[in-house]
Design a protein around this ligand. Structure first.
Ligand code: ZN
Length: 560
């Protein structure tokens, strides 16, 4: 296997790309023989893979050292090139749909690539390109505002992420002050955020109508590539969460209040789960690579583990340092069929769940590398991708003493509680967007009232004090997905219910849970969400009984 440092970055030539695509289109359009059509379409796949790989590599190299201006400039090339490449690619796929050999290709390779081609055709055309550019400019404006946030706290100017530890502080006065600082900050910018969101709703609705949809919701579902479930299914899912999970979260908050010894649990107390703080790893940061490799060896009974191999060849970079981008991800280098794990370990409670989460994505990427000859079908839609990662977090519980020593049990309980508290929040973010896009002319004030009523429904324990921004239903403005990735959020909830099914099975039979997990990973993206679940022997999260069973198992685990 190649070492990461030996992979050479070369900028793809856009001219060359255009020329080749033109030739491919012509061949695909005129081929009467399936072999000729195959040779054309797979030449296109190779071209796409090469472009995707160069782009991924450029991103990684940039994020590893943001002081290297070469890659910053290179990224600008992609900003300009990607719309052209997407349009060219969309052109090839739309020819595939109707080329003389379409039927034979469909029989031989299955319907997935055709579904994707059809979906792309319905969600984008020349008439809406201008609106899409406007939409992405608005999204960038929101992102920019968020990343530039400077909040004065205790005499220091902090960004939103540096303020987080203060909000989780075991000192109540400190976390109250931090929450107040955030409230003040957003209160001041509320008109700006309202304006951006208002424009986004307008632009998205206009694009949807131009494409022949009634509202943006339908287009949003198409953009998320939801081939086999609709808003009625999602509605039923949210109602089941309301019925079976919300009561558990109310109980969990009562217990938290007792643990913290408070008369009442206020909004600013919510992030502080334990009187002495959240459990942190006992492993020192320099040993993360080694222990994670060991963990995956035990998990999959394989020596070396896939993680050891990635680590030995330089495809992991786990620790935070100066001039490294923030965040964590797993990025797949298609030409090499190797994933790269990037994160910013800093010795806090999140490190271990993050490395295991990204490890799950990486494992799935390796397992699925031969699931389809089409690069578009290697990785599944997002709710399925998040099962790969989230299930790994849950199935890791029996091994957590490797990272947390005596605090392993506390970590697992905390992790489970976090997951349960997330479900109603995720549903609330989703329902909010349905209401907003059903009534795009709603005033900003009315939108805040909608959020407030949803909080009463999904988070009945929330008590705001002297926090006028939050009390008036403003909290949704902090959630970037609402602005930048419409309708994405429910995917995390759907994947969580599926991941919890695997966890529940792993409690009694780890081997059979892993068989299902492996089947899901190996299937890649060559089928739709519910079909992939069926193949892996998992039940649909839209089945209300599944949610009920999970709720009982979680209560059992947490001794509720
Ligand atoms: Zn993920």
């Amino acid at each position: 296997m190649i070492d990461f440092k030996n992979i050479e970055y070369v900028r793809p030539s856009l001219e060359d790309f255009k020329e080749k695509v033109q030739n491919i289109r012509f061949r695909l359009m005129t081929s009467q023989e399936v072999e000729a059509a195959e040779s054309a379409i797979f030449e296109y796949e190779k071209l796409m893979s090469k472009f995707d790989t160069a782009y991924a590599l450029c991103n990684i190299l940039h994020d590893l050292d943001t002081s290297n201006e070469f890659y910053t400039d290179e990224l600008e090339f992609y900003d300009e090139a990607i719309p052209t490449v997407s349009e060219l690619s969309s052109g090839v796929l739309s020819i595939l749909l109707n080329c003389p050999c379409a039927e034979q290709l469909r029989l031989k390779y299955g319907p997935m690539i055709f579904r994707k081609a059809q979906n792309q055709k319905e969600t984008i055309n020349k008439e809406v390109i201008g609106l899409l550019t406007e939409e992405s400019a608005l999204e960038n404006e929101y992102g920019q505002l968020q990343s530039e946030a400077e909040i004065v706290f205790a005499g220091k100017t902090l960004n939103l992420s540096l303020l987080t530890p203060h909000m989780e502080s075991t000192n109540r006065i400190e976390r109250k002050a931090a929450a107040k600082a955030i409230d003040d900050y957003y209160m001041m910018r509320k008109p700006k955020f309202d304006q951006i969101y208002d424009d986004l709703v307008r632009v998205r609705t206009e694009a949807a109508r131009k494409l022949g949809f009634e509202s943006f919701t339908q287009l949003g579902y198409k953009r998320m590539e939801r081939y086999d479930y609709n808003r009625e299914d999602v509605d039923r899912f949210r109602n089941a969460i309301l019925k079976y999970i919300v009561p558990i979260t109310v109980k969990l908050r009562e217990l938290q209040q007792e643990r913290l010894g408070l008369d009442s649990l206020m909004f600013y107390d919510l992030p502080c789960m334990f009187k002495d703080g959240n459990p942190t790893p006992v492993v020192s940061m320099k040993d993360y690579e080694k222990v994670t490799g060991e963990f995956f060896r035990k998990m999959f009974e394989a020596d070396p583990s896939f993680f050891d191999v990635l680590s030995d060849h330089g495809f992991t970079d786990l620790l935070s340092r100066k001039n490294k981008s923030t965040g964590g991800y797993c990025m797949y280098l298609e030409d090499y069929a190797i994933p790269f794990i990037f994160m910013n370990g800093n010795g806090t409670a999140d490190d271990v769940a993050t490395v295991i989460h990204e490890g799950g994505h990486a494992y799935a990427a390796i397992k699925s590398s031969e699931s389809s000859p089409f690069v578009e079908c290697l990785s599944p839609t997002l709710e399925t991708c998040e099962i790969h990662s989230t299930a790994m977090e849950y199935m890791s519980y029996p091994f957590m003493n490797m990272f947390y020593g005596d605090a392993a049990e506390a970590y697992c309980q905390h992790h489970m509680v976090d997951g349960l508290l997330f479900l109603p929040y995720g549903c609330m973010v989703d329902e909010f967007q349905h209401i907003i896009y059903d009534d795009p002319d709603m005033t900003p004030d009315a939108r805040h009232k909608v959020w407030k009523s949803l909080e009463e429904k999904y988070q009945p324990f929330i008590r705001y004090d002297d926090q006028p921004f939050h009390a008036a239903g403003g909290a949704w403005m902090k959630k970037d997905h609402i602005f930048t990735s419409p309708f994405y959020y429910i995917d995390y909830c759907l994947s969580q219910i599926c991941a919890l099914q695997l966890w529940n099975e792993s409690r009694v039979d780890m081997k059979s849970a892993l068989v299902k997990y492996n089947t899901l990973c190996e299937a890649g993206g060559n089928d739709t969400f519910l079909n992939l679940l069926k193949k892996a022997g998992l039940k649909s999260p839209f089945d209300v009984d599944v949610i009920k069973t999970i709720a009982y198992s979680c209560c059992d685990f947490l001794d509720l």
